[in-house]
Design a protein around this ligand. Structure first.
Ligand code: SF4
Length: 361
């Protein structure tokens, strides 16, 4: 007779301080243990219950019996010459998720000189199918839970030995399609008893899910928002972003104006330049008009080749002409050649290779 599968124990890295305190109280432990355990997990980042040396053995045993420590088993690190590193993790169900640690780039997100940014995934695969993106190629598998999202930050800091100051939810998946677990993870990342990173150091990047943008605008924290725009008219954006057929540009821009009415942080418009698809100077002029309306800054990213896709990167001189069109219109804009190009840092490529090798795709 087959054994029933053992239920997956919840991860300690997904527990809110309140949930941990309730468990400790129920198990008959004093309240001050909450603080001690949270410090081990989030401040000292020890990565294992066994290392929590000021806890009694019975409490360590109880924690181990009731919880797994985290949700991510590190399987692989890829490092690039420019020190961008990509970490691949195996999840409890055999799926993989990746995050990318990017050294300082003050041009990107303002006041971030000398800091490390971690690009965090929010789903396994993605349903949105943006045409330039490896994550969209194999479709959507599942959402990540809060421990799998927040755990990437702890694991990357432990593995790299670096202090991580900025997060961009721009890895695999559409974060706003997994909004409740994302907000639970953000509560852990920003909470004073947990990681305590300032909300303004967190950027959520979306392909443009209008209802969720409006909901997030009403969220009390001053999170940053970046939009994968990649087309300045519906005709062009439709070719690149299938989501545009559901929420066309006019609706998206209105939701961003609503965001602006409630938030202090400047919006960022991400725009991948693809030769012959969205890189005309007419698109640049339209993009400038949108950016000025929204008081947004623009990040231009020359297209990174993706296995299986035929698009090309425009010549550098053309990328510069596109940039200058924006700048002449008074739009703050940067042109960046993605770091980590040589390790396929674009989201989803490493996971795609591993899951293909494991026969999951
Ligand atoms: S760019 Fe983001 S939203 Fe689009 S397919 Fe890739 S992961 Fe999904």
């Amino acid at each position: 007779m087959p054994h029933p599968a053992r239920p997956i124990r919840p991860a300690l890295t997904g527990l809110s301080p309140e949930a941990l305190a309730a468990w400790l109280q129920h198990a008959g432990h004093p309240a001050f243990r909450t603080r001690q355990i949270l410090d081990w997990i989030w401040k000292k980042n020890v990565g294992a219950v066994a290392a929590m040396s000021n806890l009694p053995a019975a409490l360590r045993a109880g924690l181990t019996e009731s919880f797994r420590f985290d949700s991510l088993q590190h399987t692989h690190t890829q490092g690039a010459a420019d020190t961008t590193r990509k970490f691949l993790f195996r999840l409890h169900d055999g799926r993989y998720v990746e995050c990318v640690l990017i050294p300082a780039n003050p041009a990107l997100y303002g006041d971030t000189a000398d800091r490390h940014t971690l690009c965090v995934s929010s789903q396994v695969g993605c349903a949105y199918g943006c045409k330039f993106c490896a994550s969209g190629l194999a479709g959507f598998t599942r959402n990540l839970d809060a421990s799998e999202i927040a755990g990437q930050v702890l694991a990357a800091a432990r593995l790299s030995g670096e202090r991580i100051d900025n997060l961009v939810f721009m890895g695999m998946g559409e974060p706003l399609a997994n909004l409740d677990p994302l907000l639970a993870a953000i509560a852990l990342i920003t909470g004073p008893q947990t990681l305590h990173l300032g909300a303004r150091h967190l950027t959520i990047s979306t392909s443009g899910l209008v209802p969720q943008i409006r909901r997030l605008a009403e969220h009390p924290q001053q999170l940053r928002l970046a939009i994968s725009l990649h087309g300045a008219s519906d005709e062009v954006r439709d070719k690149i972003m299938p989501v545009n057929r559901k929420w066309p540009l006019a609706e998206l821009l209105d939701s961003l104006a609503y965001w602006n009415s409630l938030k202090k942080q400047k919006l960022t418009l991400e725009y991948i330049l693809i030769a012959g698809i969205n890189d005309s100077l007419a698109q640049a002029a339209l993009l400038a008009r949108h950016a000025r309306r929204l008081h947004a800054k623009v990040n231009l990213i020359p297209y990174n080749t993706v296995d299986g896709l035929a698009w090309q990167r425009p010549p550098e001189t053309h990328c510069t002409a596109f940039l200058q069109t924006l700048q002449r219109a008074g739009v703050p804009a940067t042109l960046r050649f993605e770091k980590g190009h040589d390790i396929a840092a674009a989201c989803g490529q490493l996971r795609l290779k591993q899951e293909t090798a494991d026969g999951l795709i």
